[in-house]
Design a protein around this ligand. Structure first.
Ligand SMILES: [Zn+2]
Length: 134
């Protein structure tokens, strides 16, 4: 996505956690705990990936993007598809996106990446237009 900024990658944490799981130090039930809400979001707003589930290896992971930010108001904390994110990036100045991978078979889930989207200054421009009309 062209306007992605402050990108944070969580691959290291993911690998460290999986190493604990493979070593038996962390139980599978502790990491395969996707909530029904997350599983539903994966079904309706998720993006399929070609990465197979690191825990059950039975299916490929689905990526779900959650949006957060004061500007979003009621939309904050909801899952959004890629095309909606693109649209929102042109409507808001700044909001955070948290990408979570989910296995819809065993409920493995982990934060993959977070980043900030938006068009700085867009609110000021909009207000300017409104003032001009009034
Ligand atoms: Zn799985």
């Amino acid at each position: 996505m062209r306007t992605q900024r402050q990108v944070v990658d969580y691959a290291l944490q993911r690998r460290a956690l999986l190493a604990e799981v493979y070593a038996g130090r962390v139980g599978v039930t502790e990491v395969c705990d996707a909530s029904p809400y997350l599983l539903r979001a994966a079904k309706f707003h998720g993006e399929p990936t070609s990465v197979s589930c690191p825990v059950c290896r039975k299916e490929t992971l689905t990526k779900v993007s959650w949006v957060y930010g004061d500007e979003l108001k009621h939309a904050a904390g909801s899952a959004r598809a890629a095309d909606e994110l693109q649209k929102m990036a042109t409507m808001f100045e700044e909001f955070s996106v948290y990408v979570v991978e989910v296995c819809r078979t065993c409920s493995w889930n982990h934060l993959v990446q977070s980043y900030v989207l938006g068009t700085p200054g867009i609110r000021g421009r909009r207000q300017g237009r409104r003032t001009a009309v009034e």
